[in-house]
Design a protein around this ligand. Structure first.
Ligand code: SAH
Length: 372
């Protein structure tokens, strides 16, 4: 067996000294440890990285979302100074596409304060070089966003936030933790009631796994409070569904699934996003929810794809068609990826989203009410 990598050695020492880690503690260390963390040390995106995201697949993704934000801004009073923000901008590609697509919207760029929330100094450097034509400022956390109308995008940001995982048992919930003997291993705590999971007692049965993400709820609450006070729109896109269900904690390395406990800090660790939990945290804002495929179709991806296709032929045209399919096809990213919009009470829903809110969490329940 190869020797533990530096982060694994460090985590083993910590666990021996202070006890097992929750998955949330483990994820936070693996992703953002200042010396050994995944996002702090390596280039995660593209062919040479571990995964590829929608904006890296096609410029159309950022263009259509940018126009959706700009249309909302036009329709809601064109505030003269507003925050145009992105959470977890990666290489900066999405914001670059948003800015290019909205260049022709009168007054939009002059009013926008482009603000990126990015924890990784290395990725900030990449974002700075890609977005050098625009004044941009960086924040460490979303709670530092200024008090101003907020137009925000977050793509594949929430899946990187640390989760905790619980397995239901006849006597309560057992939490998945990371222990260490000579290597890192999973263990489960003894069953105990968890007040924060009482609301899942009626839609789960013993043996089922649920995941919670306190950071996602807190961030959504903060965004919703700002938008309710100041106006604006947040578009959150990610993989996941309505209610977390099952074990979705996963590691991606070199475009393949890997064991999350192997080579900590060298793989991307994520979990599916629970959009019902985000929707719950979004009060008092109103929400709309749909799939990425439906959203992009409603925003006009077919017309945009046809326009771009006119300038292409041969392999470039083939790869453009493949990229369009990859973003929208139900067998690819079209239905696994969801989109949630948050907007102020009393305002109209944004372009591309359903006119009606999603059915309440309860109508999505699979099981009859069961209590232990
Ligand atoms: N949105 C980009 C990148 C997604 S990867 C795209 O679609 O291509 C996740 C991004 O979120 C990275 O930029 C990562 O450094 C950042 N990130 C992850 N956790 C973070 C946190 N807790 N605070 C701020 N940024 C974070």
């Amino acid at each position: 067996m190869p020797p533990p990598n530096p982060l694994e050695a460090l985590l083993i020492r910590r666990i021996r000294a202070t006890g097992p880690l929750t998955l949330a503690d483990y994820m936070a260390e693996c992703l953002l440890h200042p010396e050994h963390g995944y996002y702090t040390t390596r280039p995660p995106f593209g062919l040479e990285g571990d995964f590829i995201t929608a904006p890296e697949i096609s410029q159309m993704f950022g263009e259509l979302l940018g126009l959706c934000l700009a249309q909302y801004w036009l329709d809601h009073g064109r505030p003269e100074a507003f925050t145009l923000a992105e959470l977890g901008p990666g290489r900066g590609t999405l914001m670059a596409d948003v800015l290019r697509a909205t260049r022709g919207v009168p007054g939009f760029h002059a009013a926008a304060r482009v603000t990126l929330v990015e924890a990784s100094p290395r990725l900030r450097d990449q974002q700075r070089s890609l977005l050098c034509a625009h004044p941009v400022s960086w924040l460490d956390t979303p709670d530092q966003l200024p008090e101003a109308p907020l137009y925000l995008i977050a793509n594949e940001f929430f899946d990187a936030l640390p989760i905790r995982q619980f397995t239901r048992d006849a006597r309560g919930w057992r939490e998945t933790v990371v222990t260490a003997t000579d290597r890192l291993a999973y263990a489960r705590t003894p069953p105990a009631p968890v007040a924060a999971l009482d609301y899942r007692l009626h839609d789960t049965i013993p043996g089922e796994i649920v995941e919670t993400c306190a950071a996602a709820a807190a961030i959504t609450q903060g965004l919703a409070a700002r938008i309710a006070r100041q106006g604006g729109l947040a578009l959150i896109l990610d993989y996941g569904g309505w209610h977390a269900r099952g074990d979705t904690f996963q590691a991606l390395r070199h475009h393949a699934f890997a064991d999350p406990l192997q080579n900590p800090g060298e793989a991307d660790l994520t979990a599916h996003v629970d959009f019902a939990a985000l929707a719950e945290a979004a009060s008092p804002c109103h929400i709309r929810y749909t799939t990425q495929g439906a959203l992009l179709a409603n925003l006009g991806i077919a017309a945009r794809a046809a326009t771009l296709a006119q300038r292409l032929d041969g392999p470039a045209l083939e790869s453009h068609h493949a990229a369009t399919r990859r973003l929208t096809d139900p067998a690819e990213m079209g239905t696994l990826f969801k989109a949630l919009a948050l907007f102020a009470p009393g305002a109209a829903p944004p372009a591309g989203f359903p006119t009606e809110p999603p059915p309440s969490a309860h109508s999505q329940d699979r099981h009859a009410p069961i209590r232990p």
